[in-house]
Structure formats: structure tokens, C-alpha cells
Ligand binder design. Structure first.
Ligand SMILES: [Zn+2]
Length: 201
């Protein structure tokens, strides 16, 4: 047991971890537990770290999308075993089937946080997946709506840790890397490289 000077709470080492539904996860160090609490991603209750996001629901969503798309990369058509957010998580994209497609590791990795139109501009790919086509039809508006919704919704709506971290950064207003402006706004300057994209106000 170690005393936590920041909260005067005595934390076990390691700290037990559960999710919102009480499911048990791998325990973490007191330092990690404190970080999670500081970021708003979890609360400490009686020496137990309770995550405020939903990792099991995330895994269920991934399995559902892999089955729906038959392990075929929605970008290049090759074999895919990862799931890709069409509107990226850092732009407010949610982990729901309407925003997910299967991707191969190469497409997922090289796209990184690029919006679909930007990625297709680099690669010249012509995907036919309905989720991608729907986003492409109205990408700027959908991104604006996703970011606005992210600012309104509770952290409990996040499934993955990545989503919860983006949520925390937006809500703390301290993360310069997430000062994103949707494409098409007048103050937006676009800088792209082969693997990264940043929209800088
Ligand atoms: Zn691919």
C-alpha cells in the first residue's frame, strides 16, 4: 500500500480495475490509476479504479464489423483484420458500425488520422463501401457535427481508451494537438504528408 499525496487516499499496489459494468480488467499501478483519474477517464472508489469508458463494448463492435465486412479491407479490397474509424476518433468519430469499416494494416496505418477525402487524394483508391461513400458525400458537415457532439456527450459514451483520451483532451481544452478545425473553414490551413495530416487554425 502506498499513500497518494495528491488525494490523501491510500491506494493498493497494484490497483484493481473494473469497467462501468463491474467487469474486472488487468490491475494497474497507482501512478496509472492517478493519471486516469486526472484525465477524467476513471474514478477511484474504495481503492478500485472504475473506468468511465467501455472496452468490452469496443471489442464487441470490432467483432461485429469484421463479420459484416468479411475481413475485406474497405479501402484497397485486400485482406483486413483491423477496424478503421472512417471519421477518425480525433475528429469526433464514434465506434459505431455506421462509422467503422474493416481495413488492412497498411491502409489503417498509412491513413492515420487523415480524413477519407485526403487519404483517397493521396492514394487514388476508389472504395465502394457504403459507410465510406456516405461520409464522402458530406464529409465537412459530418466532421463538424461529430466534433460538436463530442463536446456535448459524456465520457461514458466512449468505448475505447483512445476515444476517452480525445474526449478528455477536448473537454480540458489543454491539448494543443487536438485544436482541430474542420476542413473547409476559413481559418483552416491544411498541412499534409504521406502519413500525417494536421489542420492548424
Ligand atoms: Zn487496405
Amino acid at each position: 500500500m502506498v499513500a497518494d499525496p495528491s488525494t490523501a487516499v491510500v491506494l493498493p499496489d497494484p490497483v484493481p480495475v473494473v469497467d462501468l459494468d463491474g467487469r474486472v480488467f488487468t490491475p494497474c499501478t497507482p501512478e496509472k490509476a492517478r493519471q486516469n483519474v486526472e484525465q477524467g477517464l476513471a474514478v477511484l472508489e474504495g481503492g478500485v479504479l472504475r473506468l468511465r469508458y467501455r472496452p468490452l463494448a469496443y471489442r464487441r463492435a470490432v467483432r461485429r464489423v469484421l463479420r459484416r465486412d468479411g475481413y475485406r479491407c474497405a479501402w484497397c479490397g485486400g485482406f483486413g483484420s483491423t477496424v478503421d474509424h472512417v471519421i477518425p476518433v480525433c475528429w469526433g468519430g464514434r465506434t459505431v458500425p455506421d462509422n467503422l469499416v474493416v481495413a488492412c494494416r497498411a491502409c489503417n496505418h498509412s491513413r492515420h488520422n487523415a480524413l477519407p477525402s485526403v487519404f483517397l487524394g493521396w492514394t487514388g483508391m476508389r472504395p465502394t463501401h457504403p459507410v465510406i461513400l456516405r461520409v464522402l458525400r458530406d464529409e465537412a458537415r459530418l466532421v463538424q457535427e461529430a466534433l460538436a457532439a463530442l463536446d456535448r456527450r459524456p465520457v461514458e459514451s466512449c468505448l475505447s481508451k483512445e476515444e476517452a483520451q480525445v474526449w478528455a483532451a477536448r473537454h480540458s481544452g489543454t491539448d494543443a494537438a487536438l485544436r482541430l478545425e474542420p476542413p473547409g473553414t476559413s481559418a483552416t490551413k491544411v498541412r499534409t504528408t504521406r502519413t500525417t495530416v494536421a489542420y492548424i487554425p
